[in-house]
Design a protein around this ligand. Structure first.
Ligand SMILES: Nc1ncnc2c1ncn2[C@@H]1O[C@H](COP(=O)(O)OP(=O)(O)OP(=O)(O)O)[C@@H](O)[C@H]1O
Ligand SMILES: [Mg+2]
Length: 511
């Protein structure tokens, strides 16, 4: 008989009358890597929060048995004591503390009652070595990449006696390379006897790594697949309740004249003002066209979009920008918006949304002129419009007054998209538009992109997922180290060729 390290039985969790979990069962065997999948809002993060004591016993019903022992955790530290460590969907490191301070936050290393920084740094270094991260533990978290932050979270987990490691979408913000390294690390941990539960919308990696997959839909367990019957099709069918034959909706749009053009765009860093971040960028977008910018992390894609979007990144910006042939002089975000430019941030939590406000307020914030008269908001109009977007984007919530912080990750992303759709831009930059979004909802977002293109607008997609770039874009610019290294028509390029352009080593570099 299988030896379960964890059995969760008939878990029910309600938020103000709405059942987020409606009798979920989950059984995890000792030493396995178990994937948890389901649509946005299905209840995955909630289930893991129940397990780790974020939602204390009493706030849910059902049983949790861990290592043969019935557990009634009251708080996170109770589950940690048993060796259950969770790394949340939205990273929770303190940006302006050092890596080592973060690793030992709440578990400070002391000698004779005084924090021992030497000891902390030494121990932190050993933990960082374990996860293969070669950085100085005294560096601030704000200075390292998201992939590195993810590894710091894992190092932090390793500082505790972990038996069951829970990772909630650990690779959502990582590129293929970094994701692969992280998954390798999980395999390493498996060899050391650590059991893992991983939540992910990247089904290819789920198939790669998982020994078992449990599918959740609408707060209920659909089924658990074992190694011999795991397949993408079966997972998708279980998740969305139907087959998804095509991942990318067809676009049938006539491409028109150039609507937007950027010429000789040079941008210096904001902090290190002698450092050139973007060099001589030239590109254009035609009406009805969807272009893509492909590049590795750090290539400068986000910086480019931000510098165009009201100079919200960079210093000493030179070059020209034209809309319909007219020179644009844009120096602030409000000016960018009023000139019909929109930018969906890659980081919804810190830059894209106001988390403590409702869906209503978040969606209407960039379009107040559309719903107000004499500077007074017409709430009736706002409600009607926001409701329309909630429906169109299928945002799972109790209503438009639900606070955005309490939405599931993927549904937060849809709110961020709704905000910019409502602003009805002519030129829309979408930076990682489907980060953390489930396969079905991805299709819906792509359909919305197609609608925008069909209206004769211009769309620029920035994405780390090459299949997405190749599935959605008419033309692609490849970028490496702040320089455009190539421009290709979609039909003429393969993923490998694109990768080659993206990793091109520019000898002269950006000087
Ligand atoms: N604190 C909360 N208050 C109210 N509702 C909540 C709260 N937390 C979660 N919910 C609701 O519970 C449901 C499940 O959310 P959960 O975050 O578990 O989804 P998920 O499966 O992790 O989705 P995603 O893939 O988008 O991260 C959602 O409908 C969400 O709106
Ligand atoms: Mg989640």
């Amino acid at each position: 008989m299988a030896k379960y390290i964890l059995e969760m039985d008939d878990i029910v969790k309600t938020f103000s009358g709405v059942k987020a979990l409606d009798g979920v069962d989950l059984k995890v065997e000792e030493g396995e890597i178990h994937a948890l999948v389901g649509e946005n809002g299905a209840g995955k993060s909630t289930l893991m929060n129940v397990l780790s004591g974020v939602y204390p016993h009493g706030e849910y019903t059902g049983d949790i048995v861990f290592k043969g022992e019935t557990c009634e955790f009251k708080r996170l530290s109770d589950s940690e004591k048993k060796g259950i460590v969770i790394i949340h969907q939205e990273l929770a490191l303190v940006q302006f503390l050092s890596v080592s301070e973060n690793i030992f936050l709440g578990n400070e290393q002391s000698t004779k009652g005084v924090i021992d920084w030497g000891l902390s740094n030494k121990k932190a270094k050993a933990l960082l070595d374990k996860v293969g991260l070669k950085i100085n533990p005294q560096i601030l978290v704000a200075e390292i990449s998201v992939a590195q932050q993810q590894l710091v979270e894992i190092a932090k987990a390793m500082s505790k006696e972990v038996k069951l490691l829970i990772l909630d979408e650990p690779t959502a913000a990582l590129n293929d390379n970094d994701s692969e390294n992280l998954l390798k690390l999980l395999k390493e941990f498996q060899k050391q006897g650590i059991t893992s539960i991983i939540i992910s919308h990247k089904l290819n990696e789920v198939i790669d790594i998982a020994d078992k997959v449990t599918i959740i839909r609408d707060g209920k367990t659909v089924e658990t697949l074992t190694k011999d019957n795991i397949s993408e099709d079966r997972i998708i069918k279980g998740m969305v309740g139907r087959e998804l034959t095509n991942r990318f909706p067809k676009r049938d749009v006539e491409i028109g004249e150039t609507i937007f053009e950027v010429k000789n765009w040079d941008v210096y860093d904001e902090t290190f003002r002698d450092k050139k971040k973007l060099k001589n960028i030239n590109f254009h977008i035609k009406k009805g066209e969807v272009i893509g910018i492909a590049g590795l992390m750090g290539a400068g894609r986000t910086e480019l979009a931000l510098s165009i979007f009201g100079q919200s990144f960079g210093s000493k910006i030179t070059g020209e920008m034209y809309k319909n042939g007219n020179l644009l002089k844009i120096k602030s975000i409000p000016e960018a918006i009023s000139n019909g430019i929109a930018y969906l941030s890659e980081d919804r939590k810190s830059a894209g949304l106001n988390l403590i406000q409702s869906i209503r307020e978040n969606i209407s914030i960039a379009s107040l002129d559309k719903i107000s008269k004499n500077n007074i908001i017409n709430y009736g109009k706002e409600t009607k419009i926001v409701e329309e977007f909630r429906e169109k984007l299928n945002i799972k919530s109790s209503g438009i007054s639900q606070e955005v912080s309490s939405l599931s990750g993927g549904n937060q992303q849809k709110v961020a998209i709704g905000k910019w759709l409502l602003s009805d831009p002519d030129i829309l930059f979408l930076d990682e538009p489907t980060r953390g979004v489930d396969v079905g909802a991805k299709y819906e977002i792509y359909s919305v992109i197609n609608e925008i293109a069909a209206e004769g607008k211009a769309v620029c997609v920035i994405s780390s997922e090459l299949p997405e770039i190749l599935g959605m874009c008419d033309r692609i610019y490849a970028m490496s180290e702040g320089i455009f290294t190539g421009e290709v028509k979609n039909e003429n390029v393969t993923q490998e060729e694109l990768m080659e352009l993206m990793t091109m080593n520019i000898k002269e570099g950006v000087s």
